[in-house]
Design a protein around this ligand. Structure first.
Ligand code: PEP
Ligand code: MN
Length: 342
Protein backbone atom coordinates (compact mmCIF):
# COMPACT_ATOMS: atom_id res chain seq x y z
CA UNK A 1 0.00 0.00 0.00
CA UNK A 2 1.33 3.40 -0.98
CA UNK A 3 0.28 6.52 0.96
CA UNK A 4 0.62 10.04 -0.37
CA UNK A 5 0.15 12.87 2.09
CA UNK A 6 0.35 16.49 0.93
CA UNK A 7 -0.57 19.88 2.29
CA UNK A 8 0.88 22.96 3.94
CA UNK A 9 3.27 22.87 6.85
CA UNK A 10 0.74 25.00 8.76
CA UNK A 11 -2.91 25.86 8.33
CA UNK A 12 -2.81 29.66 8.04
CA UNK A 13 -6.32 30.71 7.01
CA UNK A 14 -9.53 29.00 5.94
CA UNK A 15 -9.06 30.32 2.45
CA UNK A 16 -5.47 29.04 2.21
CA UNK A 17 -6.39 25.59 3.52
CA UNK A 18 -9.34 25.13 1.19
CA UNK A 19 -7.54 26.52 -1.82
CA UNK A 20 -4.59 24.15 -1.43
CA UNK A 21 -6.88 21.20 -0.69
CA UNK A 22 -8.94 21.81 -3.83
CA UNK A 23 -5.79 21.90 -5.95
CA UNK A 24 -4.29 18.84 -4.33
CA UNK A 25 -7.50 16.90 -4.76
CA UNK A 26 -6.97 17.02 -8.51
CA UNK A 27 -3.56 15.35 -8.29
CA UNK A 28 -3.73 11.63 -8.90
CA UNK A 29 -2.69 9.41 -6.02
CA UNK A 30 -2.88 11.92 -3.18
CA UNK A 31 -5.15 10.55 -0.47
CA UNK A 32 -4.31 12.63 2.58
CA UNK A 33 -4.40 16.36 3.25
CA UNK A 34 -1.97 17.46 5.96
CA UNK A 35 -1.83 20.78 7.82
CA UNK A 36 -0.25 21.62 11.18
CA UNK A 37 -2.63 23.34 13.59
CA UNK A 38 -0.37 23.42 16.65
CA UNK A 39 3.21 24.13 15.56
CA UNK A 40 6.22 23.20 17.67
CA UNK A 41 8.60 26.13 17.05
CA UNK A 42 12.23 26.14 18.08
CA UNK A 43 12.10 29.79 19.20
CA UNK A 44 9.34 31.52 21.21
CA UNK A 45 7.29 34.45 19.88
CA UNK A 46 6.90 32.92 16.43
CA UNK A 47 3.71 31.77 14.73
CA UNK A 48 2.62 28.73 16.73
CA UNK A 49 -0.33 27.63 14.63
CA UNK A 50 -3.95 28.73 14.45
CA UNK A 51 -5.16 26.22 17.04
CA UNK A 52 -8.61 24.63 17.26
CA UNK A 53 -10.28 26.81 14.63
CA UNK A 54 -7.96 25.20 12.05
CA UNK A 55 -9.59 21.86 12.81
CA UNK A 56 -12.87 23.25 11.56
CA UNK A 57 -11.14 24.20 8.30
CA UNK A 58 -9.87 20.64 8.02
CA UNK A 59 -13.41 19.32 8.57
CA UNK A 60 -14.46 21.49 5.69
CA UNK A 61 -11.71 19.95 3.52
CA UNK A 62 -13.06 16.55 4.44
CA UNK A 63 -16.62 17.57 3.53
CA UNK A 64 -15.82 19.32 0.27
CA UNK A 65 -13.07 17.14 -1.24
CA UNK A 66 -12.24 13.45 -1.57
CA UNK A 67 -9.20 13.90 0.67
CA UNK A 68 -8.79 12.54 4.17
CA UNK A 69 -7.36 14.87 6.80
CA UNK A 70 -4.37 14.51 9.10
CA UNK A 71 -2.73 16.85 11.61
CA UNK A 72 -0.09 16.78 14.34
CA UNK A 73 -0.95 16.12 17.98
CA UNK A 74 1.33 16.51 20.97
CA UNK A 75 -1.04 16.34 23.95
CA UNK A 76 -4.19 14.43 24.99
CA UNK A 77 -6.13 17.69 24.60
CA UNK A 78 -5.03 17.89 20.95
CA UNK A 79 -6.26 14.30 20.46
CA UNK A 80 -9.61 15.15 22.06
CA UNK A 81 -10.07 18.19 19.82
CA UNK A 82 -9.15 16.21 16.68
CA UNK A 83 -11.68 13.52 17.52
CA UNK A 84 -14.37 16.11 18.23
CA UNK A 85 -13.73 17.59 14.78
CA UNK A 86 -13.69 14.26 12.96
CA UNK A 87 -10.09 14.42 11.78
CA UNK A 88 -9.27 11.16 9.95
CA UNK A 89 -5.74 10.54 11.20
CA UNK A 90 -3.02 12.10 13.34
CA UNK A 91 0.75 12.25 13.37
CA UNK A 92 3.06 12.53 16.34
CA UNK A 93 5.85 15.02 15.65
CA UNK A 94 9.58 14.42 15.94
CA UNK A 95 9.94 16.52 19.09
CA UNK A 96 7.16 14.59 20.82
CA UNK A 97 8.51 11.15 19.88
CA UNK A 98 11.69 12.16 21.71
CA UNK A 99 9.80 12.24 25.02
CA UNK A 100 8.39 8.95 26.39
CA UNK A 101 6.27 10.85 28.98
CA UNK A 102 4.33 12.60 26.21
CA UNK A 103 4.06 9.49 24.07
CA UNK A 104 2.71 7.54 27.03
CA UNK A 105 0.08 10.20 27.72
CA UNK A 106 -0.90 10.23 24.06
CA UNK A 107 -1.18 6.45 24.07
CA UNK A 108 -3.53 6.62 27.06
CA UNK A 109 -5.68 9.21 25.34
CA UNK A 110 -5.84 7.04 22.19
CA UNK A 111 -7.21 3.93 23.95
CA UNK A 112 -10.05 2.51 21.91
CA UNK A 113 -9.66 5.14 19.18
CA UNK A 114 -9.33 3.49 15.80
CA UNK A 115 -7.78 6.01 13.46
CA UNK A 116 -4.44 5.76 11.62
CA UNK A 117 -1.54 7.11 13.66
CA UNK A 118 1.70 8.19 12.02
CA UNK A 119 4.77 8.40 14.25
CA UNK A 120 7.67 10.55 13.11
CA UNK A 121 11.19 9.54 14.08
CA UNK A 122 12.72 11.40 17.05
CA UNK A 123 15.16 14.17 16.14
CA UNK A 124 18.06 12.28 17.66
CA UNK A 125 19.13 9.13 15.83
CA UNK A 126 18.06 6.72 18.56
CA UNK A 127 16.22 3.74 17.05
CA UNK A 128 14.97 2.62 20.45
CA UNK A 129 13.12 5.90 21.05
CA UNK A 130 11.34 5.47 17.73
CA UNK A 131 10.52 1.80 18.29
CA UNK A 132 9.53 2.58 21.89
CA UNK A 133 7.12 5.29 20.77
CA UNK A 134 5.56 2.94 18.20
CA UNK A 135 5.19 0.19 20.79
CA UNK A 136 3.62 2.58 23.32
CA UNK A 137 1.08 3.71 20.72
CA UNK A 138 0.44 0.09 19.65
CA UNK A 139 -0.49 -0.59 23.26
CA UNK A 140 -3.41 1.84 22.84
CA UNK A 141 -4.94 -0.84 20.61
CA UNK A 142 -4.65 1.02 17.30
CA UNK A 143 -4.58 -1.25 14.27
CA UNK A 144 -3.17 1.22 11.84
CA UNK A 145 0.25 2.59 12.74
CA UNK A 146 2.87 4.04 10.40
CA UNK A 147 6.38 5.37 10.89
CA UNK A 148 7.45 8.63 9.24
CA UNK A 149 11.09 9.07 8.34
CA UNK A 150 11.74 12.84 8.53
CA UNK A 151 15.50 12.97 9.04
CA UNK A 152 17.76 13.25 12.07
CA UNK A 153 19.62 16.08 13.71
CA UNK A 154 23.42 15.90 13.68
CA UNK A 155 25.99 18.57 14.52
CA UNK A 156 26.70 18.72 10.79
CA UNK A 157 23.76 17.95 8.50
CA UNK A 158 25.68 18.62 5.29
CA UNK A 159 23.40 19.73 2.48
CA UNK A 160 20.26 18.69 4.35
CA UNK A 161 18.15 20.44 6.96
CA UNK A 162 18.17 17.12 8.77
CA UNK A 163 20.32 14.18 7.74
CA UNK A 164 18.34 11.34 6.10
CA UNK A 165 20.47 8.65 7.77
CA UNK A 166 18.75 5.86 5.80
CA UNK A 167 20.18 3.32 8.18
CA UNK A 168 17.39 4.25 10.63
CA UNK A 169 14.27 3.57 8.55
CA UNK A 170 15.96 0.38 7.36
CA UNK A 171 16.61 -0.65 10.95
CA UNK A 172 12.98 0.16 11.83
CA UNK A 173 11.83 -2.13 8.99
CA UNK A 174 14.06 -4.87 10.34
CA UNK A 175 12.73 -4.52 13.88
CA UNK A 176 9.06 -3.90 13.01
CA UNK A 177 8.56 -5.36 9.51
CA UNK A 178 4.79 -4.91 9.60
CA UNK A 179 4.89 -1.16 10.19
CA UNK A 180 4.74 0.76 6.89
CA UNK A 181 7.16 3.69 6.68
CA UNK A 182 6.40 6.95 4.92
CA UNK A 183 9.21 9.35 3.98
CA UNK A 184 8.88 13.10 4.63
CA UNK A 185 11.44 14.54 2.19
CA UNK A 186 10.39 18.13 3.00
CA UNK A 187 11.79 18.17 6.52
CA UNK A 188 14.87 16.21 5.48
CA UNK A 189 15.59 18.60 2.62
CA UNK A 190 14.77 21.99 4.13
CA UNK A 191 14.82 23.29 0.55
CA UNK A 192 12.81 22.40 -2.51
CA UNK A 193 15.78 21.46 -4.72
CA UNK A 194 16.51 18.24 -2.79
CA UNK A 195 12.97 16.90 -2.50
CA UNK A 196 12.98 14.91 -5.73
CA UNK A 197 16.17 12.94 -5.02
CA UNK A 198 15.18 12.16 -1.44
CA UNK A 199 11.71 11.03 -2.54
CA UNK A 200 13.16 8.82 -5.28
CA UNK A 201 15.63 7.25 -2.87
CA UNK A 202 12.78 6.48 -0.44
CA UNK A 203 10.83 4.80 -3.24
CA UNK A 204 13.89 2.94 -4.51
CA UNK A 205 14.45 1.48 -1.06
CA UNK A 206 10.82 0.39 -0.92
CA UNK A 207 9.37 2.75 1.68
CA UNK A 208 5.59 2.90 1.67
CA UNK A 209 4.68 6.47 0.87
CA UNK A 210 5.54 10.16 0.99
CA UNK A 211 4.46 13.16 3.06
CA UNK A 212 5.24 16.36 1.16
CA UNK A 213 4.66 19.94 2.26
CA UNK A 214 2.65 21.84 -0.35
CA UNK A 215 1.67 25.51 -0.20
CA UNK A 216 -0.10 27.78 -2.66
CA UNK A 217 2.44 30.54 -2.08
CA UNK A 218 5.54 28.98 -0.49
CA UNK A 219 7.52 32.23 -0.31
CA UNK A 220 4.91 33.78 1.98
CA UNK A 221 4.34 30.65 4.09
CA UNK A 222 4.35 31.36 7.83
CA UNK A 223 6.44 28.24 8.53
CA UNK A 224 9.00 26.23 6.55
CA UNK A 225 8.75 28.52 3.56
CA UNK A 226 11.96 27.28 1.91
CA UNK A 227 10.91 23.66 1.69
CA UNK A 228 7.29 23.89 0.52
CA UNK A 229 6.38 23.29 -3.11
CA UNK A 230 3.32 24.42 -5.06
CA UNK A 231 0.52 22.00 -6.00
CA UNK A 232 1.72 22.27 -9.58
CA UNK A 233 5.27 21.30 -8.60
CA UNK A 234 3.87 18.34 -6.66
CA UNK A 235 1.98 17.19 -9.73
CA UNK A 236 5.17 17.37 -11.82
CA UNK A 237 7.19 15.62 -9.12
CA UNK A 238 4.76 12.71 -8.89
CA UNK A 239 4.93 12.29 -12.66
CA UNK A 240 8.71 11.80 -12.67
CA UNK A 241 9.03 9.62 -9.57
CA UNK A 242 9.27 5.90 -10.24
CA UNK A 243 8.07 3.25 -7.83
CA UNK A 244 9.60 -0.23 -8.02
CA UNK A 245 6.78 -2.42 -6.73
CA UNK A 246 7.21 -5.99 -7.95
CA UNK A 247 7.68 -8.69 -5.38
CA UNK A 248 10.82 -10.76 -5.04
CA UNK A 249 10.38 -14.24 -6.58
CA UNK A 250 12.47 -17.22 -5.47
CA UNK A 251 13.93 -17.84 -8.92
CA UNK A 252 15.39 -14.37 -9.02
CA UNK A 253 18.96 -14.21 -10.52
CA UNK A 254 19.74 -11.90 -7.60
CA UNK A 255 20.01 -15.05 -5.45
CA UNK A 256 23.15 -16.21 -7.31
CA UNK A 257 24.66 -12.76 -7.05
CA UNK A 258 23.92 -12.76 -3.33
CA UNK A 259 25.87 -15.99 -2.96
CA UNK A 260 28.87 -14.35 -4.60
CA UNK A 261 28.47 -11.32 -2.36
CA UNK A 262 28.36 -13.61 0.69
CA UNK A 263 31.61 -15.26 -0.27
CA UNK A 264 33.29 -11.88 -0.86
CA UNK A 265 32.12 -10.75 2.57
CA UNK A 266 33.59 -13.89 4.15
CA UNK A 267 36.84 -13.11 2.38
CA UNK A 268 36.67 -9.58 3.78
CA UNK A 269 36.32 -11.01 7.28
CA UNK A 270 39.36 -13.21 6.73
CA UNK A 271 41.37 -10.26 5.48
CA UNK A 272 40.34 -8.27 8.55
CA UNK A 273 41.47 -11.11 10.80
CA UNK A 274 44.86 -11.22 9.03
CA UNK A 275 45.13 -7.45 9.33
CA UNK A 276 44.47 -7.58 13.06
CA UNK A 277 47.06 -10.32 13.50
CA UNK A 278 49.63 -7.84 12.16
CA UNK A 279 48.22 -5.23 14.55
CA UNK A 280 48.88 -7.62 17.45
CA UNK A 281 52.52 -7.89 16.36
CA UNK A 282 52.74 -4.08 16.20
CA UNK A 283 51.21 -3.82 19.69
CA UNK A 284 53.72 -6.25 21.12
CA UNK A 285 56.61 -4.17 19.78
CA UNK A 286 55.06 -0.91 21.06
CA UNK A 287 54.57 -2.48 24.48
CA UNK A 288 58.11 -3.82 24.65
CA UNK A 289 59.56 -0.43 23.65
CA UNK A 290 57.11 1.55 25.80
CA UNK A 291 55.61 3.47 22.86
CA UNK A 292 52.01 4.77 23.20
CA UNK A 293 49.39 3.00 21.08
CA UNK A 294 47.96 6.06 19.33
CA UNK A 295 50.23 7.39 16.59
CA UNK A 296 48.14 10.17 15.14
CA UNK A 297 50.41 10.84 12.14
CA UNK A 298 49.99 7.26 11.04
CA UNK A 299 46.17 7.55 11.29
CA UNK A 300 46.14 10.67 9.10
CA UNK A 301 48.41 9.07 6.50
CA UNK A 302 46.45 5.86 6.55
CA UNK A 303 43.13 7.57 5.78
CA UNK A 304 44.74 9.80 3.13
CA UNK A 305 46.31 6.88 1.26
CA UNK A 306 43.10 4.88 1.26
CA UNK A 307 41.11 7.85 0.00
CA UNK A 308 43.61 8.23 -2.85
CA UNK A 309 43.24 4.55 -3.74
CA UNK A 310 39.45 4.82 -4.07
CA UNK A 311 39.41 8.09 -6.02
CA UNK A 312 37.23 7.88 -9.12
CA UNK A 313 35.45 4.73 -7.97
CA UNK A 314 31.80 4.29 -6.95
CA UNK A 315 32.89 4.22 -3.30
CA UNK A 316 31.87 7.35 -1.40
CA UNK A 317 34.66 9.35 0.26
CA UNK A 318 32.83 9.51 3.60
CA UNK A 319 32.17 5.79 3.51
CA UNK A 320 35.88 5.00 3.05
CA UNK A 321 36.83 7.48 5.77
CA UNK A 322 34.32 6.07 8.25
CA UNK A 323 35.18 2.47 7.41
CA UNK A 324 38.91 2.94 7.99
CA UNK A 325 38.36 5.07 11.07
CA UNK A 326 36.27 2.24 12.41
CA UNK A 327 38.93 -0.35 11.51
CA UNK A 328 41.49 1.84 13.22
CA UNK A 329 39.36 2.06 16.36
CA UNK A 330 39.13 -1.72 16.47
CA UNK A 331 42.88 -1.85 16.05
CA UNK A 332 43.32 0.50 19.04
CA UNK A 333 41.03 -1.71 21.12
CA UNK A 334 42.99 -4.84 20.20
CA UNK A 335 46.32 -3.14 20.95
CA UNK A 336 44.99 -2.11 24.36
CA UNK A 337 44.11 -5.76 25.05
CA UNK A 338 47.76 -6.64 24.34
CA UNK A 339 48.98 -3.82 26.62
CA UNK A 340 46.73 -5.11 29.44
CA UNK A 341 48.37 -8.54 29.38
CA UNK A 342 51.06 -8.99 32.00
C1 PEP B 1 5.66 19.07 10.35
O1 PEP B 1 5.39 18.02 9.74
O2 PEP B 1 5.28 20.19 10.00
C2 PEP B 1 6.56 18.99 11.53
C3 PEP B 1 6.63 19.93 12.43
O3 PEP B 1 7.27 17.88 11.49
P1 PEP B 1 8.46 17.33 12.44
O4 PEP B 1 7.81 16.89 13.69
O5 PEP B 1 8.98 16.22 11.60
O6 PEP B 1 9.45 18.45 12.60
MN1 MN C 1 6.95 21.84 8.44
Amino acid sequence: MFELIAGPCSAESKDQVLRIAHEIELIEGVKWFRAGIWKPRTMPNQFEGVGVKGLRWLSEVKKTTSLKTITEVATPLHVEKCLENDIDAIWIGARTTTNPFYVQELSQSLKGVDIPIFIKNPLNPDIKLWVGAIERIMASGSNSIYGIHRGFSFADNGIYRQTPYWKMPIELKRLLPDIPIICDPSHIAGKTSLIKDISQMALNIGLNGLMIEVHNNPKEALTDSKQQITPNALKKLLKVLETPQNSFEDSNPILTLREEIDSLDFELINILKQRMNLVIEVAEIKKERNIPILQIKRLDQMIKKRLEKTKGSILDKDFIKETFESIHQESIRIQNEIFKKK
